[in-house]
Design a protein around this ligand. Structure first.
Ligand code: NI
Length: 200
């Protein structure tokens, strides 16, 4: 990790799907995503066939403090669990009032977002398209292309932190599914609603 306070350069290799200067790669396999996919029977069947990599995050590490920016490459591999596309766990930022930018470099996907006031939003990601995730919105990347990975570059404030538990327990309000050969967005029947900000 570059910790001295000097500018530095890096390369984002979208085709090779890596950042040579990245010094940490987070790999999330199917086994780490138990409970995240809607169809649990399909999940167990797929997992029994092999613990495949669902997504990777290549980080450009910096001190996790205000004033810094954390960035990297997110790669969501193609696949389905039942009708549900491969996706990231999704999270709020611990420091809720912090935003994030996602820029799609290759592939085709969606950014599923929601806030604690009850709003939901799904934005399509195509090469060159960016999404500004406003402060207070949970976000998850979904790969809508079954033939290639979804590759995005992200940047967020150093002090943001990750809160996986809130959205992990409740589930997102919207699911992105492949149904009859096309992509549909449906309400999540397993969504657990909690009073805003109050969790037990
Ligand atoms: Ni984030």
């Amino acid at each position: 990790m570059a910790t001295d306070n000097r500018p530095f350069r890096f390369q984002v290799l979208a085709v090779e799907r890596r950042i040579p200067e990245s010094d940490r790669v987070l790999t999330r396999r199917l086994s780490a995503l138990r409970g995240y996919f809607f169809d649990q029977v399909a999940y167990e069947a797929l997992l029994a066939a092999g613990d495949v990599v669902v997504y990777e995050v290549h980080e450009l590490r910096r001190p996790e403090e205000s004033g810094e920016l954390l960035s990297g490459l997110s790669i969501v591999y193609p696949g389905l669990v039942g009708e549900e596309y491969f996706m990231t766990m999704g999270h709020f930022h611990k420091a809720r009032q912090t935003a994030e930018i996602y820029l799609c470099l290759s592939g085709r996907g969606a950014l599923v977002m929601e806030n604690e006031q009850g709003d939901s939003l799904v934005e399509e990601l195509t090469p060159g398209r960016g999404v500004y995730v406003a402060p207070g919105w949970a976000h998850r990347s979904v790969n809508l292309d079954l033939s290639q990975p979804l590759v995005t570059f992200f940047v967020y404030p150093g002090h943001a932190g990750h809160d996986y538990a809130t959205i992990g327990e409740a589930g997102f309000r919207k699911l992105v599914l492949r149904r009859g050969g096309s992509t549909v967005i449906v309400d999540n029947p397993r969504r657990i609603e909690c009073p805003t900000g109050v969790r037990t």
